[in-house]
Design a protein. Structure first.
Length: 194
C-alpha cells in the first residue's frame, strides 16, 4: 500500500472516488473494481492477492457508517484496491473482456462442472448464466467454499455474496468472481499454480 500512498498516487487517482458525502455508490464502485480484478486476472495471484483486493476494502467500507468522516473509510478501501492493482495486475483493467462473448469456452457448461475445469471455464460459465440461475449458482458456490480447506475461498465467496446483496445490479460480476476463484482452487488443490 505504501507504493501508492507515499507517492501520492492514491490521492491523485482516487480523489474523485473518495471525496463527497455520497457513500453507497462509491463503495459499490470500489467493490466492483476489486471483483473485476479477480475476474480479469485468474492467475497465480488469485488465492490471496485478488481475494484480499476485495475483502480488505470491503472490511474498511463496513466501518464507514461508524466513522465521523466516512470518506476516510472510502479512501482506505480505494487505496487497498489500487495498491493490489499496482502490485499484482498483469493485464489492463477491463469491464468488457473478450471472454464475455457467448461463444467462449465454458459458456454452456453447468457451473459445478465448469468450476472443476478451472478458472477460465468457471469464469465463462458463471458470466453466461441467466439471471434465473443465479440463486442456484450462489448455492453451488457456497457449497464449494464451505467444503474446501482454504479459508480464503470461504472468505472471498462470502464477500462476493455480500457484495451482490448490496449491489444487485452487478450480481453476475460477483458470482463470476467467486466462480473464478473456485475454479482456480479446483485445478490447484495444493494452493500453488501448476
Amino acid at each position: 500500500m505504501s507504493r501508492v500512498d507515499t507517492s501520492d498516487l492514491a490521492r491523485s487517482i482516487l480523489g474523485p472516488v473518495t471525496t463527497g458525502t455520497e457513500i453507497g455508490g462509491r463503495s459499490r464502485a470500489i467493490t466492483r473494481f476489486a471483483a473485476w480484478s479477480m475476474v480479469n486476472e485468474p492467475g497465480a495471484e488469485a488465492p490471496s492477492g485478488w481475494t484480499h483486493c476485495l475483502t480488505m476494502p470491503q472490511a474498511a467500507l463496513q466501518l464507514a457508517s461508524s466513522c465521523t468522516d466516512a470518506s476516510l473509510a472510502l479512501a482506505v478501501a480505494a487505496t487497498y484496491v489500487l495498491g493490489f492493482r499496482v502490485s499484482l495486475a498483469d493485464v489492463a483493467f477491463k469491464t468488457d473482456p473478450e471472454w464475455a462473448d457467448p461463444g467462449e469456452v465454458g459458456a454452456a457448461v453447468p457451473l459445478a462442472d465448469a468450476i472443476s475445469a478451472g478458472p477460465i471455464v468457471a469464469r465463462s460459465a458463471a458470466w453466461h448464466l441467466p439471471p434465473a440461475a443465479w440463486r442456484a449458482a450462489t448455492s453451488t458456490l457456497a457449497t464449494v467454499a464451505a467444503t474446501h480447506h482454504d479459508a480464503h475461498l470461504v472468505k472471498y465467496t462470502l464477500a462476493c455474496l455480500d457484495a451482490a446483496a448490496l449491489d444487485p445490479d452487478h450480481c453476475r460480476l460477483y458470482i463470476t468472481a467467486a466462480a473464478t476463484l473456485a475454479g482456480w482452487w479446483a485445478v490447484n488443490p495444493n494452493g500453488s499454480a501448476s
